[in-house]
Structure formats: C-alpha cells, structure tokens
Write a protein that binds this ligand. Structure first.
Ligand code: ADP
Ligand code: AMP
Length: 205
C-alpha cells in the first residue's frame, strides 16, 4: 500500500508516521528528514536545501521529486511506503503520478491557531527522528534511543510563520486535488495522538 500523509507543518505527520509504518509494514519516507540528513553531512544537496529551509521556503520541485523517485526504487519500499511531507505542491503531485500509484491520502487537519504552539514547543531526536512536545515530555533525552533532544532551527516563531504561509499558498491546494482524485480521507488532528492514530487506521481499511 502506498500512502501520502498530508497536513500543515505541526499537524502530527511525523508523530503518526512511525506508528502507521509499523502497523502496515511499509517504509517511511520523509523528505524533510532526507534534507536534514544531507544538511548534517554537508553534502552539495544539503548546502542548497539549507538555503531554502532556513527561509521557510520549499526546496525546488525538480530536486525534491528526484530524491523521492530514487528513494522509492529501493528494495525496502517493495511492500509499499508512506510519503510524509511529499508532495507539497501540485507540480510535485503531478510528477509523482508518473512513477507511482497512490492508494490513499490522509489529510491530518489541525486548526491554524494550534500549529504555532505545537511547532515552537517541538523537540526532536537528531538520531531517530522521534518528535516530542515540551507540554508532554520534560526529559532532555529521547525515550527510544537516549540521544539528547534538540529544537529544529526552523521551529522558531518567525520561520514557523513563513512555513505556515507557504503551506496555505502552495500545499493546501493538494486537498482539493486529491479529493477530486477520490483518494482523500480527512482526520481530525486536534484530538490526542492515540485517537488520531485510531482514526487513521480506520481510514486505511
Ligand atoms: P509534523 O511532522 O506534521 O510537522 P510532528 O509530528 O512533528 O508534526 O508534531 C508537531 C508537534 O506536535 C510535536 O511537538 C508533537 O509532539 C506534537 N503533536 C503531534 N501530534 C499531536 C497531538 N495529536 N496532540 C498534541 N500534540 C501533538
Ligand atoms: P518537514 O520536516 O516536512 O517540516 O520539512 C522541513 C523543510 O524541508 C520544509 O520547510 C521545506 O523547506 C523542506 N521540504 C520538505 N519536504 C519538501 C517538499 N516535498 N518539497 C519542498 N520542500 C520540502
């Protein structure tokens, strides 16, 4: 099964992804995680991607599409995959259609006023990618792998504002796009994490 997880920054895509992938036995592909890995390793792609990410902008479509195309051709994607944070523009969604069939698109819907709080309070594990919130988790270390948690550079208030505007302008049109294609299910992402997960499992049946 091939699934797209749609939703604004902070909607809970990363939080739900690992649980969904474990349940379905499919591979988790987060374009944001791929870019952050390149940035940490200072690869040429990472150096270019950082200039966009720091400004809250999207990395150009051509670059992003090629990365996903290459990633889903790997052996661990044979049973299916979950795309987290891709596509993010209609042009990316159209390009995706040329090399993959999407079975279901889950849109995690969260009111905008909640997103700023979720993102500025987010702490992430740089090793395994686990995501926490200061409201619910006080420890300085990751509960899965023990690594020291960090705050993402782009989770400051100013960049979050820019990212949410980019979402509204460039990514939100995908809701209509996938509704028209008949593959979209919307879940209420303002519920607590366990309930959101149950609703997603139901939507994937
Ligand atoms: P995304 O991957 O969509 O940007 P994350 O999964 O990283 O979002 O979640 C953003 C922040 O919101 C994190 O701090 C996470 O712990 C928190 N969060 C995720 N889902 C929920 C939820 N259902 N209720 C409250 N907080 C949540
Ligand atoms: P994320 O981890 O999904 O919040 O992504 C972090 C940043 O990486 C975004 O703000 C973008 O700059 C970039 N990015 C991630 N996915 C994409 C994508 N599909 N298209 C363009 N840029 C992306």
């Amino acid at each position: 099964m091939n699934v797209v997880l749609l939703g604004a920054p902070g909607a809970g895509k990363g939080t739900q992804s690992s649980k969904i992938c474990e349940k379905l036995g499919i591979c988790h592909i987060s374009t944001g995680d791929i870019f952050r890995k390149h940035i940490a390793e200072k690869t040429p792609l990472g150096i270019v991607a950082k200039t966009y990410i720091d400004k809250g902008q999207l990395v150009p479509d051509e670059v992003t599409v090629d990365i996903v195309k290459e990633r889903i051709s790997k052996d661990d994607c044979k049973n299916g995959y979950l795309l987290d944070g891709f596509p993010r523009t209609v042009a990316q969604a159209e390009a995706l259609e040329d090399f993959c069939i999407i079975d279901r698109v889950i849109d995690i819907d969260v009111p905008f006023e909640l997103l700023l709080h979720r993102l500025t309070g987010r702490r992430v594990c740089p090793n395994c990618g686990a995501s926490y919130h200061v409201d619910f988790y006080n420890d300085k270390n990751c509960s899965s792998c023990g690594e020291t948690l960090i705050q993402r550079d782009d989770d400051n208030e100013e960049t979050v504002g820019l990212r949410l505007n980019v979402y509204k302008r460039q990514t939100a049109p995908l809701i209509k796009y996938y509704k028209k294609a008949g593959v979209l299910v919307t879940v209420d992402g303002s519920k607590d994490s366990e309930d959101v997960f149950s609703d997603i499992v139901e939507a994937l049946k």
